[in-house]
Design a protein around this ligand. Structure first.
Ligand SMILES: C[S@@+](CC[C@H](N)C(=O)[O-])C[C@H]1O[C@@H](n2cnc3c(N)ncnc32)[C@H](O)[C@@H]1O
Length: 287
């Protein structure tokens, strides 16, 4: 034999699935320029298999056929493999910290930009808008909320959520010191809670891929929460570099509670602003 796999040494079903994932990722990259090579391969495999199975496809190769020939399958898949569940600002103490510490720091500038990187279906953006409105500074800012998934962005732009979920967010908002009732910002229709269009006036929802796209503005506050956790270190470091280049001097960065700047090459340029809520302040510029 001259190289290649020995036919006698047959792969296990699990090895074949790994091979199929590899081939699929190459296909997605070649066909659509989407690079998932830095995502956790184990998580990807689990999600791809679950997605294939839920569509009656027995193997990832069958799924590959759909994805390469029918682009409409791609958005369905993106929502699944990029973890589109948005825990929003689940801890009232995080919201309270935004209200009592972050907003006062931001409003020292007459105008400021905020970037929510990996905004999923938009809940973070709307809640932040409510909070800034409460504090009387919403018209002094613009929120850029970006994600790689067009499907999520479509939902974000609509701003319609389950009334039950909104009720839950309502109590988090109240507990965090909300000045009104969250329900004043939405109306209930057809079993959906629809956020007021007025709240969207300073939010820009747009597609941006953290794995391949560059910086598009400078921001006083960047939130990149619960997205970094799904990437391997080289991609996380790329994103930290992108964030560093997009954050103003003294700007603030919030990451998720399982994420940290520690051990990243950028750690030395930041001070802890609020360690409990993983908020950092940029205090240095890379030479
Ligand atoms: C768990 S959600 C986090 C949502 C929100 N930030 C939060 O904490 O509730 C992760 C988000 O990262 C997005 N994402 C995954 N890969 C991405 C990429 N390469 N570029 C931009 N967004 C990405 C997913 O589409 C998903 O909306």
């Amino acid at each position: 034999m001259t190289g290649g796999q020995d036919p006698m040494n047959v792969r296990t079903a699990s090895d074949v699935a790994d091979l199929e994932v590899k081939l699929l990722l190459t296909g997605l990259y070649e066909q659509y320029g989407l690079d998932f090579s830095q995502y956790s391969q184990q998580t990807l495999r689990r999600r791809l298999l679950a997605f294939a199975e839920s569509h009656g496809l027995k193997t990832i190769s069958l799924l590959q056929d759909k994805l390469l020939h029918y682009p409409e399958w791609l958005d369905r898949l993106l929502g699944v493999i990029t973890m589109n569940s948005a825990p929003m600002f689940r801890a009232p103490s995080f919201l309270q910290c935004l209200r009592e510490r972050v907003v006062p720091a931001l409003k020292t500038d007459p105008y400021f930009r905020i970037w929510i990187a990996g905004c999923s279906t938009g809940e973070e953006a709307y809640l932040l808008a409510v909070l800034l409105e409460d504090e009387g500074v919403y018209d002094r800012c613009r929120i850029y909320a970006t994600d790689v998934s067009e499907e999520d962005l479509g939902k974000a732009k609509r701003g319609a959520y389950s009334p039950m979920v909104m009720a839950e967010y309502g109590s988090i908002y109240a507990e965090s010191g909300g000045r009104k009732r969250l329900a004043e910002y939405y109306t209930i229709g057809d079993d959906e809670a629809i956020l007021s269009a007025d709240l969207r006036r300073n939010i820009v929802f747009a597609r941006h891929n953290l794995a391949t796209d560059g910086s598009f503005n400078d921001f006083s506050f960047i939130l990149c929460r619960n997205s970094l956790v799904q990437f391997q270190k080289p991609l996380r470091d790329r994103i930290f570099e992108l964030i560093h280049g997009s954050l103003t001097f003294y700007g603030l960065l919030a990451v998720g509670n399982k994420e940290s700047l520690r051990l990243s090459p950028f750690e030395k340029y930041y001070q802890e602003f609020d360690p409990e809520h993983r908020i950092y302040r940029k205090v240095g510029i890379r030479d």
